[in-house]
Every structure is written in C-alpha cells, then in structure tokens.
Ligand binder design. Structure first.
Ligand SMILES: Cc1cc2nc3c(=O)[nH]c(=O)nc-3n(C[C@H](O)[C@H](O)[C@H](O)COP(=O)(O)O)c2cc1C
Length: 168
C-alpha cells in the first residue's frame, strides 16, 4: 500500500474481530513507525504503554465514555507525553510531537492489516489522571489507541475541503 492509499483508506474502527492475538513483531513495527515521527528539536517526548490484559482494557471504558470499542479490541496503546523531560529539558511541542507519532502508528497498523481508533484523553483532566493511575505513570496520557482486526467497513468521513485552504 502506498502512503496516499493508506491515508485515504484509514478509518476509525469501532468494532473488531474478537479473540485475535496481535504478534509482538507487528506491535513493534507499529511502535517503530510511531517513534519515526518528526518531533521538535528531536526531543521525542513520547512514551507508549501496550495494554493486552482484558481486565485493564475493560477499565479503559470506565475512564472515557467514548472508548466502547475496547470491548472487542485486541489491545490498546496509550500514548503519553512529557512537557519536561526526565533530565529537566522543556519539550514545549510535546502535543504536536505525540500527534505525529499517533498518526504514523495508525497508518502503520493499516499497512499491517489492523484497524485502529484514536481516543483522546488529554486535556480532559479526569480522563488522563485516571489513565495515569491505570498504567502507573507520571507522564501525561494524551490518547489511547484501540487496535484489532476490523469487523466493520465504515464509510470515509474525511474529505478535501477547498474552503479550508488559502493561497497567498
Ligand atoms: C484527538 C482525537 C480524539 C478522538 N477521540 C475519539 C474518542 O474518544 N472516541 C472515538 O470513538 N473516536 C475518537 N476519535 C476519532 C474521530 O471521531 C474520527 O477520527 C473522526 O470522526 C473522523 O473519522 P475517521 O477517523 O474514520 O476519518 C478521535 C480523534 C482524534 C484526532
């Protein structure tokens, strides 16, 4: 699949085939793609937690009401960022950096044959703090990504919109 096809074919998937085990090699490839994203000053302010435990996947649905797809997802990847590195360096663009990493992850997953859904946590304080507890981190959980084999074929929602563009 070329890059443009992947961009055009990606959809948020909210229903997955149950009982699908995603091989470690594929998980690593998705994470590698995420970590190949550009980041300001190459700070790479991201951290990733892969959740495969069914009980913890179920708890995600209590943390955010918009994550019901976790019921059928094979796994979830929590993407966290640090506004300040462990060494004390500010990483002011951490949100943009994490966003770029997430999009890379979604596209790599598609190439490997998986569907995904990006579920936002930060800046909702309730949600990201509960997620911090669930995965035991002091980094800021920005989003949780559901991953699995798609069991639905949603129509494309994105589109080119001339009204959003200016040429100067
Ligand atoms: C920052 C962000 C947060 C999102 N949060 C959720 C969410 O909590 N639950 C959900 O089902 N979808 C979530 N989405 C997915 C959007 O609803 C989806 O991308 C949008 O409707 C367009 O559909 P598409 O991804 O299939 O093109 C989120 C997307 C982004 C970028």
């Amino acid at each position: 699949m070329n890059t443009l096809d992947a961009i055009r074919n990606r959809r948020s998937i909210r229903k997955y085939r149950k009982g699908i085990d995603i091989p470690m090699e594929d998980i690593r490839t998705m994470l590698e793609a995420a970590m190949l994203a550009p980041s300001a000053r190459n700070c790479r302010p991201w951290e990733f937690t892969v959740i495969r435990d069914r009980e913890k996947l179920n708890r995600i649905m209590d943390i955010s009401p918009y994550t019901k797809m976790m019921e059928t997802a094979s796994l979830a990847i929590v993407v966290c960022g640090r506004p300040v590195s462990k060494e004390g360096q500010s990483q002011d663009f951490w949100q943009q950096d994490c966003g770029a990493a997430i999009e890379n992850l979604l596209l790599a997953a598609l190439e490997l044959g998986y569907g995904t859904c990006w579920c936002g946590l930060y800046p909702s304080e309730d949600r990201y703090k509960l997620m911090q507890e669930l995965i035991d981190t002091d980094a800021i959980p920005m989003a949780v990504i559901a991953v699995g084999e798609a069991d639905e074929e949603p129509a494309r929602r994105g589109f080119y919109d001339e009204a959003k563009v200016r040429f100067i």
